[in-house]
Design a protein. Structure first.
Length: 328
């Protein structure tokens, strides 16, 4: 059996733990239970965002573990994200400072631009989804990814984050940033699972030195209403995955996670149940055979399951328009 990798080296020399805890759609109480269980079992990578509105609850647990000497700051890998309403360069530093205050940290390990779509900032930091009269999200006409990126780079120079990256970016958007960046994005965090394998994006990002992080790696089975459509396939119930899980004596979730790890993709499953959190991390003691990896690679592909397009379809930087919504 090959030695399982616990981290992946980024293009700036930092290491990202290959399995992290997702925290989207976690209430403050839930996220505290989850982070507690995750740190106890060995997770060091926690993924959050200003938009998830749970950074402060996570910060309390991190602070408690560090004070009690149960974990050292340098062993943690904390990721948070710049919300679309704070992408104006004049707001970027202040937005990270708000996140750091919530998290009770002096720096994060990775700061991501959450979406390529800049939205209008109306003076209220917590109005994260400004809408026009038709219910469409209000695109900011000043949207300029290059200007935002320059403000992100400044955060590295100030020591407020070790690394910077992007999320939900199309290959063309990643290339645009890489073409002039002083600090290249280290990661592109995108939806990725057996039904949306992102093979082309993975290969092209690899050539650029950009690692993929897979969000919704289990297919986000309980994603919020409006993002779930009848007949959407369910990765955890896929017959091939269920069969492979039986063969290896593992759960379908462990097979889905291990498959991504063996593709050298970082994976951030979310759960609020300690037993699942433990089991989702128990993926370092087995390997999928090359044959099983190939079978999974051949699974039929579908459009993105977690579809944030409604409301953003008119945004000039919308990454899910037209063909880009089709699996690559
Ligand atoms: N950058 C972005 O735009 C973006 C978008 C989406 C997600 N993300 C990040 O990626 C993380 C993961 O994605 P996700 O939350 O969408 O979905 P996910 O991790 O694919 O799935 C989470 C769901 O699976 C359930 N689950 C977890 N472990 C399980 C297991 N072992 N067996 C059966 N069910 C299990 C969870 O239920 P319980 O909680 O009830 O256990 C939860 O409903 C997010 O939490 C967030 O940090 C980022």
């Amino acid at each position: 059996m090959e030695v399982p990798k616990t981290s992946i080296k980024l293009n700036n020399g930092e290491n990202i733990p290959v399995v992290g805890l997702g925290t989207w759609q976690c209430s403050k109480d839930e996220v505290q239970t989850a982070v507690h269980a995750a740190l106890d079992v060995g997770y060091r990578h926690i993924d959050t965002a200003f938009m998830y509105q749970n950074e402060d609850a996570i910060g309390e647990i991190l602070q408690d573990y560090m004070k009690r000497g149960k974990v050292k700051r340098e062993d943690l890998f904390i990721v948070t994200k710049l919300p679309p309403t704070h992408m104006d360069p004049s707001l970027v530093k202040r937005s990270l400072e708000m996140s750091l205050k919530n998290l009770k940290l002096s720096y994060v390990d990775l700061y991501l631009v959450h979406l390529p779509c800049q939205l209008v900032y109306d003076g209220d930091d917590n109005n994260l989804f400004p809408q026009d009269e038709n219910g469409c999200l209000k695109a900011d006409p000043k949207s300029d990814l290059i200007a935002t990126w320059k403000a992100m780079e400044h955060l590295v120079d100030l020591g407020l984050t070790k690394s910077i990256g992007v999320s939900n970016f199309l290959l063309s958007q990643v290339e645009r940033i890489c073409s002039f960046a002083k600090h290249k994005p280290v990661v592109n965090q995108v939806e990725c699972h057996i039904y949306f394998q992102q093979k082309k994006l993975y290969e092209c990002c690899k050539k650029l030195g950009v690692v993929l992080t897979a969000y919704s790696p289990l297919g986000s089975p309980k994603r919020m209403e409006g993002l779930i459509k009848a007949n959407d396939p369910v990765p955890l119930e896929d017959p091939l995955i269920v069969e492979i899980a039986k063969e290896y004596g593992k759960t379908p979730a462990q097979i889905l996670i291990r498959n991504l790890m063996q593709r050298e993709i970082v994976v951030i499953p979310k759960s609020v149940h300690p037993e699942r959190i433990r089991s989702n991390f128990d993926v370092f003691n087995f390997s999928l055979s090359e044959e099983d990896m190939q079978k999974i690679a051949a699974i039929r592909q579908y459009p993105k399951l977690v579809d944030f397009t409604p409301g953003l379809q008119n945004h000039p930087e919308c990454p899910w328009e037209g063909n880009s919504k089709a699996p690559l």
